[in-house]
Design a protein around this ligand. Structure first.
Ligand code: ZN
Ligand code: ZN
Length: 284
């Protein structure tokens, strides 16, 4: 897998981005994000879980802005180019070359390779998420995601820009360590995007026993609870809930939490610009 190409985060530059916007298609991340968003939004409208929740709610615009900022604008502001350059620099180092493909999946069928990469990436993300909740400075960064007070699908991508780096660097390192010959891991991003949208949506899908495998909106709502049942929180799942069940961080009572958002953070800013500086400002 070409990490420097992966690090371009789907679009290397603005012209590539605008070309994608002008050419809707299934291989195009911009339009897949729009399609997944519209599909989950339609579900929220047709079968809302919390009936009293307003559709045109407070901070809906902010959450949608975050979605586009984190997926496209932040990478296009230089992050994509910089991380691709860094990745290719790192890839050319001799010791990294020796680590490349340390674990090889190449003899396996491509579909199995994709599933393994998906599961291993998700486990890595689960661990990073646990760390974000436990290290005070990282928690300040992650508070932006937890500052949402109403849950619906765009809250999925409401997070501080630094999380792009915190999640991506270990992820690219992992992909570098695992040698695979699948041409693209695009499908992994699309599947996790859809699951993430559903986890944050105001919909309750009949997952049945699959809730022990996949993250659900019921589990994830408790992750965002204002009054946490235990100190650092519960249900750290990104796409797969199995890690929470295995490591006893799952919490699945019959009723949803009373309120969601941050407890004891009255000074938390509500504007995008001030949220950018929150991790630094809140340290004073
Ligand atoms: Zn969290
Ligand atoms: Zn969340």
């Amino acid at each position: 897998m070409d990490i420097s190409r992966l690090a371009q985060h789907f679009f290397a530059n603005w012209s590539g981005f605008f070309r994608s916007v002008g050419n809707p298609g299934w291989g195009n991340f911009f339009w897949l994000l729009i399609a997944a968003s519209l599909a989950v939004f339609a579900l929220e409208l047709a079968k809302p879980w919390r009936k009293g929740q307003r559709v045109l709610r407070h901070e809906l615009g902010l959450d949608i802005f975050y979605m586009f900022f984190n997926m496209f604008f932040f990478p296009l502001l230089g992050y994509a180019t910089l991380s691709a350059a860094l990745a290719s620099g790192v890839e050319s180092l001799a010791f990294v070359k020796s680590l490349r493909g340390f674990i090889s999946l190449q003899t396996l069928p491509p579909a199995i390779q994709i599933v393994i990469l998906f599961v291993v990436r998700d486990f890595l993300q689960w661990n990073i998420h646990v760390v974000l909740h436990r290290v005070p400075f990282l928690w300040k960064i992650h508070e932006v995601h937890h500052s949402a007070e109403v849950m619906s699908f765009p809250v999925h991508l409401r997070y501080h820009w630094a999380e792009n780096i915190i999640y991506r660097v270990p992820e690219y390192s992992l992909f570098l360590l695992i040698g695979s010959n699948v041409p693209d891991v695009f499908i992994i991003y699309v599947v996790s995007l859809t699951i993430g949208h559903l986890n944050h949506a105001n919909v309750k899908l009949p997952w049945g026993p699959l809730k022990y495998l996949f993250n659900t909106s019921e589990l994830h709502l408790w992750h965002h609870a204002k009054q946490l049942p235990v100190r650092y929180g519960v249900n750290y799942a990104i796409s797969l809930s199995v890690w929470d069940w295995l490591f006893r961080t799952a919490y699945n009572p019959p009723a949803p939490p009373e309120g969601i958002g941050l407890l004891d953070e009255p000074a938390f800013p509500r504007s995008f610009i001030r949220q950018l500086f929150w991790p630094l400002a809140s340290r004073r």
